[in-house]
Ligand binder design. Structure first.
Ligand SMILES: N[C@@H](CCC(=O)N[C@@H](CS)C(=O)NCC(=O)O)C(=O)O
Length: 201
């Protein structure tokens, strides 16, 4: 979203390989020990930066503080409400299930982990089948571009999904949509910074 806005920002790498997201310094920013966190130094009237976690909140805050860029549909409209819904869904419904799929060993021994992974994959399939572009707010031509803030996390969520038997890119209602998102220069810059290799979705 920051790339899309074109505003200056500093990216700090949080290395999961060394559990940097569980360090005392990081937990002071996000007690949940999850990535990402936004530290907004331009905000906070008391001189302290605004520290924000939860991806949906970060996206909505950035959209609110850069309204001229129209990252979200106009305030108080049904379209905006739908965009809120998909933002929350991505970060807290789909993402929570992806965590079960990618870290099944957290929920038991080897046999239990295999079961958790298999049932998480089935659930991911169900979730993706009923996801965004099938909603009226996303269906019309050009609508996807207006829902940038809610759409941007989509490729990054599914970038982690090449191991899935039915990744989002294989689904007729998501594949073309993701391809359009990947055409956006801001999305390409963000993926290049992350050092992600194809397939990107
Ligand atoms: N609801 C949170 C979910 C954040 C989340 O699950 N982040 C993942 C990375 S995409 C993470 O930190 N995983 C590391 C871990 O689970 O140890 C949000 O929307 O920010």
């Amino acid at each position: 979203v920051l790339e899309e806005l074109g505003v200056p920002f500093e990216l700090k790498y949080v290395d999961r390989a060394v559990a940097a997201h569980k360090s005392p310094e990081y937990l002071a920013l996000n007690p949940n020990g999850l990535i990402p966190v936004l530290v907004d130094t331009s905000f906070g009237g008391d001189g302290k930066p605004l520290v924000l976690y939860e991806t949906a909140a970060v996206c909505m805050h950035l959209a609110d503080t850069h309204p001229v860029d129209r990252l979200l549909p106009p305030l108080g409209t049904a379209e905006r409400a739908q965009a809120y819904k998909w933002l929350a869904w991505l970060g807290n419904t789909l993402q929570a299930t992806l965590i079960l799929y990618f870290y099944p060993e957290r929920w038991g021994d080897e046999a239990a982990a295999a079961q958790v992974k298999a049932s998480a994959e089935r659930r991911i399939g169900t979730l993706l089948a009923s996801s965004m572009p099938s909603s009226p707010a996303m269906a019309g031509p050009g609508c996807w571009a207006r829902l940038t803030a809610s759409a941007i996390p989509t490729p990054s969520c599914s970038a982690a999904g090449p191991g899935l038997r039915r990744p989002a890119r294989s689904l007729p209602h998501l594949g073309p949509y993701q391809a359009r998102m990947l055409e956006r220069p801001a999305v390409q810059r963000a993926f290049a910074t992350e050092g992600l290799k194809p397939p990107l979705v």
